[in-house]
Design a binder for this molecule. Structure first.
Ligand code: ADP
Ligand code: ADP
Length: 228
């Protein structure tokens, strides 16, 4: 369950990115976040994993009261909220398996268990054969699948993705969507900000449209709805 209650975000430069956003996203939902550039989509996503803090309002994600978390509680929360970025953000000097293992909660977990869990998620994303390669040896679509494996390795209840197909061609974009849908089928909430009209219109999922810092549309089986 994700809930925002009257959330406002004003950045240090005086820009108001969100103006009184309230929303409820039940556990297990797949929701797209759409809207024009500069509308506040990234801010909406960043608030969910405490990359940014709200100026005002309350945010609950997977049982955490996000805006009240202390600094030292953030790493624990991040293991329950997986994050996927447009530019993958993999560690270039580590192999595929090491990138995924790096994100794993390591307290009192044996190397054997780490190895097993890493292999499980790499199998889920179809990269078990590439586990010893470096990110730069992979295609963009493969790198994003590594990033998704990393986001999933701690079995989070929620995965937030900011333009995860933004750097990918249509074929790879579809593969990433299918993968996220498979994760969603297992009960994980997915919140995906996107400009990908084709994906949104083809899948008839919940669509939250943000415009000028406000939710101006929230539909159960929505369309992309913009000409951009
Ligand atoms: P979107 O993801 O829909 O493009 P953003 O959430 O990135 O929108 O941005 C919303 C508004 O907040 C824009 O006017 C943007 O310039 C501004 N903004 C975003 N991040 C920052 C920041 N770190 N500092 C100041 N202003 C920002
Ligand atoms: P270290 O730097 O501590 O010697 P490694 O570089 O061997 O560790 O690996 C870091 C982590 O990544 C380990 O926990 C290991 O279990 C995992 N790992 C490394 N290679 C693989 C692999 N081929 N398949 C699955 N997991 C791996």
């Amino acid at each position: 369950m994700i809930e925002m209650q009257d959330v406002w975000k004003e950045y240090g430069n005086g820009v108001t990115a969100l103006s009184g956003v309230s929303v409820r996203i039940p556990q297990g939902t797949f929701v797209y976040v759409v809207g024009p550039s500069g509308a506040g989509k990234s801010t909406f996503i960043k608030l969910m994993y405490r990359q940014e803090r709200p100026t005002k309002g309350h945010i609950f994600v997977g049982g955490f009261n996000i805006e009240r978390l202390r600094e030292r509680q953030i790493p624990m929360m991040r293991r329950h909220v997986g994050v996927v970025f447009q530019d993958y953000k993999l560690l270039q000097q580590l192999t595929v398996a090491e990138n995924v293992a790096f994100a794993l909660e390591v307290i009192e977990v044996s190397r054997k268990m780490i190895y097993k869990r890493v292999n499980e998620v790499l199998e889920l994303v179809g990269l078990e054969d590439k586990r010893n390669m470096l990110p730069l040896e992979l295609s963009g679509g493969e790198q994003q699948r590594v990033a998704i494996a990393r986001a999933l390795v701690n079995k989070p209840k929620v995965v937030v993705a900011d333009e995860p197909t933004g750097n990918l061609d249509p074929e790879n974009s579809w593969a990433i969507l299918k993968l996220l849908e498979r994760v969603n089928d297992r009960g994980t909430t997915i919140v995906m900000a996107t400009h990908n009209r084709e994906l949104v219109n083809a899948s008839k999922k919940r669509v939250i449209a943000i415009e000028d810092g406000r939710i101006n549309r929230d539909e159960e089986r929505g369309d992309y709805g913009y000409e951009d």
